[in-house]
Write a protein that binds this ligand. Structure first.
Ligand code: 3HC
Ligand code: NAI
Length: 696
């Protein structure tokens, strides 16, 4: 705050430099448009207008960023203070030019405020965006009508349906920003710019009055149909992208005020719907997952520079890529030269494929590969700060590796296992330092999937946990802390769905019926299409195969999934899955052999049988303390298993449909089919108390 600044309210000051008034907002952490910020903006602009010595106004923010949007915590609550629209009218209709000075991020309502300013100046590191779509919304403060008037419909479509944060330089190129300031010199540049506007007698540029871009777009009516077609797959199931598109169509075809009415109507529809509620919940859930109740900021973070990975197979390779991409030196260990060479070649091939798509330069590829060392000697991991084991899923092998590692790794090194199901405490018992042992469970493909389950062993130290959480963030993962139990959180819940899917196939459904129901629910694919993709032969061997399950029979027939050309499905030359009459016959024969009277199974039953046991298992996980909060379970399923974002995760979904309904169905299934449907005690208790998971 400059010395002569006058305090307007708790978050706003005004100062005057020459004939330029500077209104400064300071509302940490992100200057969101809370009631005090809206009030401060009104007070600031009005004070500047009332001061006859002032000829122009600069709107600037203190702290890490310009206004990052509406205050999401206010959504759904009774409105207080001036409305955002009133604030914007005050700015846009001001009789003196108002210049927005942008650093950090001008997002959502923040950019919409900037769009009511007459000019915008930004530092090169600043970014602008309308990310409402990611909250299941659309920009509800005129952004849908103003943005296309500056940048045109095509760019507006892209920005608003992806929510991307566009760098200031690109904003300048598309006219969204009028001038770039040197980094660190935003205030003086904006003040000079405001003075220049006045000196040159430039008009008060009101974005709402601009017409040339929308008139040009009006002459291209195919634009919207093409955009919808090109993105149909990406937008499937989501309501918000289509509503955003409709608003831009309105901006192109209707007068401003009519377009605003369309925006308002569609905004309210989204705001009161369950999709946006789910997506807003996920926004906070993701941030919540990073907070561990018994681990405060005082817990020391261990330095991690060198990383070791044991096993260069499917997972070891992908895990290594995460670290190489983030700039860590990685040493990868194998038992055989051929396996090592194969693993390293796969890493290179993956990077080169990305480079071919233009998302990486060849120099980047070489930099990353240059950080990688391959070896056959475990001893070469002696100077690593973090070592991640990704060898075969076998307790004896893992214990052997950790026992040897214990003698090699330097004191204080983090020793992690990527095991999917095994007991991390037993693995730790093979060492003399169980406090250094932790599970770091990546998901396949490990260089792509965002989820990282961090498995806290009985003895794992707080430092090792805090460091692992931070490393997760550094390599771009969403890290969730879970406890030791078979399959941890994600796979434990998955087992429920897998069991029911297999049973349903015996009882009367076909794999493609189940896949269709789960696909329509919003999963990217159903469990049988997933098996075909992953390979039916994971964990299968010819010697031990006894035709005792459908999967064994299919593997014996060499129907091992997409890689062998068929699995649960047949595949055409374009890899389209086609229901297989062969598989249908196998299933019918199998059921007949077992004396099962097949019946018609409704889509509703398929969904309830697959999903309710997952919710119930999530409740058991919470009851046992294997996850800290219900929202952590949701974050696991959203980021590791393709649970549809707009349904918020299994626990959110349970709350949405109502826990009494879930409980009642579980009891009915239990009576009909047995103890695998036994309701969790927590579920029973919540229903008895009239509560839901969100109340925990
Ligand atoms: N409202 C309320 N709180 C917010 C917020 C918002 N719009 N944006 C961020 N926060 C909070 C976060 O919850 C977090 O709180 P915590 O420290 O208690 O966990 C804190 O601010 C810091 O956020 P991050 O940890 O995400 O900080 P980063 O520096 O990593 O990221 C950011 C900053 C890029 C601004 C990121 O927070 C973000 O993307 N925020 C959301 C932006 C957004 O979606 N804006 C549109 C809102 S909807 C809208 O404007 C509707 C309008 O059209 C009417
Ligand atoms: P994989 O079979 O592809 O790779 C394992 C590699 O470890 C092989 O290359 C093998 O040569 C090597 N190896 C075996 N013993 C070794 C030793 N003593 N020292 C050095 N290297 C050794 O297996 P994958 O799929 O990569 O799985 C590895 C681990 O990751 C397992 O614990 C698995 O459960 C887990 N996991 C697997 C996922 C998947 O989808 N494949 C997902 C998440 C975890």
């Amino acid at each position: 705050m400059s010395a002569d600044a006058k305090i307007l309210n708790a978050v706003t000051t005004i100062s005057v430099e020459g004939d330029v008034a500077i209104v400064t907002l300071n509302s940490p952490p992100v200057n969101a448009l809370s009631a005090p910020v809206r009030e401060g903006l009104t007070l600031g602009i009005n004070a500047a207008l009332a001061d006859s010595a002032v000829k122009s106004v600069v709107l600037i923010c203190d702290g890490r960023t310009f206004i990052a949007g509406a205050d999401i915590t206010e959504f759904g609550k009774a409105p207080v203070g001036p409305s955002l629209q009133d604030v914007q009218n005050t700015i846009e209709n001001a009789s003196k030019p108002v210049v927005a000075a942008i650093h950090g991020t001008a997002l959502g309502g923040g950019l919409e405020v900037a769009l009511t300013c007459h000019y915008r100046v930004a530092v090169p590191s600043a970014k602008c965006g309308l990310p409402e779509v990611n909250l299941g919304l659309l920009p509800g403060a005129g952004g849908t009508q103003r943005l296309p008037r500056i940048v045109g419909a095509a760019k507006a479509l892209e920005m608003m349906t992806t929510g991307q944060h566009v760098p200031a330089k690109a904003c300048l190129a598309m006219g969204l920003v009028d001038e770039l300031a040197e980094e660190g010199k935003l205030r003086e540049t904006a003040v000079a710019f405001a003075k220049k506007i006045v000196a040159e007698g430039r008009p008060l540029k009101r974005v709402r009055d601009l017409e040339d871009k929308v008139l040009a777009d009006r002459a291209n009516p195919g634009l919207f149909a093409e955009f919808r077609k090109a993105n149909a797959r990406k937008f499937r199931g989501f309501m918000a992208p289509e509503s955003n598109i409709k608003c831009i169509e309105a901006a192109v075809n209707l007068p401003f005020d009519e377009g605003m009415a369309v925006e308002r109507k569609l905004f309210m529809e989204l705001m009161t719907g369950s999709q946006s509620a789910a997506q807003r919940y996920v926004f906070f859930a993701e941030r919540q997952a990073a907070k561990i109740p018994d681990i405060g900021d005082d817990v020391a973070i261990l330095p991690v520079k060198k990383v070791g990975v044991i096993g260069a197979g499917t997972m070891g390779g992908g895990i290594s890529m995460n670290f190489l991409s983030a700039g860590y030196a990685v040493t990868i260990v194998e038992t055989q030269q051929a396996a090592l060479d194969r693993g390293i070649a796969t890493i290179r091939k993956n990077y080169e494929n990305t480079a071919k798509k233009g998302r990486l330069t060849q120099a980047d590829v070489e930099t990353r590969m240059g950080l990688l060392t391959g070896t056959l000697a475990l001893e070469d991991l002696a100077d690593c700060d973090l070592i991640i084991e990704a060898v075969f899923e076998n307790m004896e092998i893992k214990k052997d590796v950790f026992g040897r590692l214990d003698k090699i790794a330097k004191a204080g090194a983090i020793l992690a296992s990527n095991t999917s199901y095994l007991d991390v405490n037993e693995i730790a018992s093979a060492t003399t330092r169980p406090e250094s042992v932790i599970g770091l469970h990546f998901f396949s493909p490990a260089n792509v999937m965002r989820l990282l389950e961090i498995v806290r062993g009985a003895a794992t130290s707080k430092e090792v946990i805090a460091t692992s959480m931070q490393i997760g963030k550094k390599i771009g993962k969403v890290a969730v802390l879970v406890g030791v139990c078979p399959g941890f959180v994600g796979n434990r819940i998955l087992s429920q769905r897998q069991r029911e899917a297999q049973k349903l196939v015996m009882e009367g459904a076909m794999p493609w019926d189940i896949d269709r129901v789960l696909f329509d629910f919003g999963f990217p694919m159903g469990p049988f299409a997933m098996s075909d993709l992953a390979g039916l032969d994971i964990g299968w061997s010819k010697e031990n195969s006894k035709s005792s399950t459908i999967r064994e029979v299919l593997c014996e027939m060499d129907r091992r999934g997409q890689k062998s050309g068929s699995g649960y499905y047949d595949y055409d030359e374009n890899r389209n899955a086609i229901p297989s009459p062969v598989v249908e016959k196998i299933i019918l024969d199998f059921a007949a052999q077992q004396g099962i009277n097949r019946r018609d199974i409704s889509d509703e039953e398929i969904l309830e049988r697959c999903v309710y046991p997952m919710i119930n298992e999530g409740a058991k996980i919470l009851e046992e303390g294997m996850a800290i909060r219900a929202s952590d379970v949701d974050i696991v399923w959203l980021n590791g298993y393709g649970w549809p974002l707009y349904r918020g995760g299994p626990m959110f979904y349970g709350d949405l449909i109502g826990l009494p309904k879930v409980l009642e169905k579980m009891k009915t299934f239990q009576a009909q089919m047995g103890e695998e449907f036994k309701p969790s005690a927590l579920l029973e208790r919540l229903v008895a108390e009239g509560k839901s998971f969100k109340d925990l």
